[in-house]
Every structure is written in C-alpha cells, then in structure tokens.
Design a protein around this ligand. Structure first.
Ligand SMILES: NC(=O)c1ccc[n+]([C@@H]2O[C@H](COP(=O)([O-])OP(=O)(O)OC[C@H]3O[C@@H](n4cnc5c(N)ncnc54)[C@H](O)[C@@H]3O)[C@@H](O)[C@H]2O)c1
Length: 215
C-alpha cells in the first residue's frame, strides 16, 4: 500500500522531468535510469560504453543516449550543456580498483580521481549552472546514497576463485540483512531523494547497505 502511494507520487513528480544519469549503461546506473523512465521522466543516459547504451535504448525506446568518456572534460561539458536544462542529476559513474597499498601507482590514482572526482565536478558544475538559470533562487538539493557491495557482490559470488567467494561471504556476514543489495533497491532510494517526499533532506549520505556498518 505504502509502496503504491510512493509509485503514484513518483508518477506525478517525475513525468516530463529531465533526468541525467551518468554510467547508465549497466549496474546501478542502469537500474536508476530505468526507474526514472518508468515514471515518465525524459531520461538522458550517459556512458562511455556505446554498446551497453544501445542495448538500453533497445529496451527503453525514448531514452536519449550520450556516449562520452567522462575523462574528456571538454567533450563532456559540451554534450551536457547541449541537453540543458536538467532537473535531476544522478552522478553514478565511477570506477574502483583493487590492489595492495604498496602496489598502487600514480596512474591508478589519476584514473580514480579523473572519473570519481574530477568528472563529478565537471558534470555538476555544467548542470548546476543551467539549473540556476532555470530555477533562480529556488533551492537545489544534493544528496548521496552509499550502497553496500551490490552488483559486485553478485559477481563475486559466481567467481571461480574460492578465495573471492570466502571474502564475499565475510562481507555479507557483517550485514544485518544477509543478502546483497539489489540495484533496484538502490534506485528506489534515489527516487525518494529526488522526489518531494524528501523535501527537507539535503547534504545527506544515506546508507543502503543492509546494516553493514551497524555492528
Ligand atoms: N556495486 C557496488 O557494490 C557498489 C557499492 C557502493 C557504491 N557503488 C557505486 O555505485 C555506482 C555504480 O556502481 P556499479 O557497480 O553499478 O558500477 P558498474 O561498473 O557496474 O557500472 C559503471 C558504469 O559507469 C560507466 N563508466 C565508468 N567510467 C566511465 C567514464 N569514464 N565515462 C563514462 N562512463 C563511465 C561504465 O561504462 C559502466 O556502464 C558507482 O559510483 C559505485 O562507486 C557501487
């Protein structure tokens, strides 16, 4: 019942809204783009992977796809500007690298910063600018979700390497709810934070992690 109420709220508040999701080709970004799309939003799906964007477009016909590598500052800016104004921005694209501390090299650090930090500043700056023009002195809310290992956990569970499965089980054992978070469950929280139902929430980071940090 409560779920249906929220679904109705989302239909009302996202129909026709312009939503940009970065890293929408797969994983959480895909789930988030799909959720907004299902509620009638005009979705702009950005990713560097053309193939996965084309697959997304096959499924969600009216999505506008934008193929760009976020590490390319100027091209990203040009393309994001061309779709202004944007009502909701989901900075989802990111990369992760696993290596032992002593083996980390400067190239890896640059790579992480270029995608996970610099690109977020670039896209947000470009969008915020256009929103500011559109919305004048109305508030812009900024929130963040922190999912526990989700898709990754799935991938880890099917790994042929028993050590990885063991490590995965250890992560899961720390959660109170002992199963991986589904991408759609993370997408639900993004919808909530983007909707008027969370009108007094800003500057927050919401864990979506089955209670992993509670112990
Ligand atoms: N999956 C998890 O367990 C988990 C846990 C906590 C946080 N997160 C965060 O959730 C977000 C999505 O994670 P995911 O597991 O769905 O990722 P994923 O690797 O499955 O998908 C990431 C998408 O981003 C795109 N991308 C990566 N670099 C890009 C670039 N330079 N330019 C354009 N597109 C680029 C990829 O092509 C891919 O489609 C990330 O911000 C991640 O840090 C994920």
């Amino acid at each position: 019942m409560a779920g249906q109420v929220l679904e109705d709220v989302y239909d009302n508040c996202f129909a026709g809204r312009r939503v940009l999701v970065t890293g929408a080709g797969k994983g959480l970004g895909y789930a988030i783009a799909k959720k907004f799309y299902e509620h009638g939003a005009s979705v702009f799906a950005l990713d560097k992977n053309k193939k996965s964007l084309e697959a997304l477009k096959d499924e969600l016909k009216n999505v506008t796809i934008i193929t760009v590598d976020l590490r390319d500052w100027d091209e990203t800016r040009r393309l994001v500007k061309s779709i202004a104004p944007i009502d909701h921005l989901v900075n989802n694209a990111a990369i992760s690298q696993t290596s032992y501390f002593e083996e980390v090299d400067p190239t890896q650090i640059d790579e992480l910063f270029n995608v996970n930090f610099k690109a977020v500043v670039n896209v947000t700056q470009t969008v915020t600018k256009s929103m500011a023009l559109e919305l004048g002195d109305q508030g812009v809310r900024v929130n963040c979700i922190s999912p526990a290992p989700t898709v990754v956990l799935h991938e880890m569970f099917v790994s042929p390497n028993p050590k990885i499965i063991q490590e995965t089980q250890k992560i899961l054992d720390r959660q109170i709810i002992k199963r991986p978070v589904q991408p759609s469950e993370a997408a639900e929280i993004v919808m909530f934070l983007s909707s008027p139902s969370s009108s007094m929430i800003t500057g927050s980071s919401l864990p979506v992690d089955g209670g992993i940090f509670t112990r």
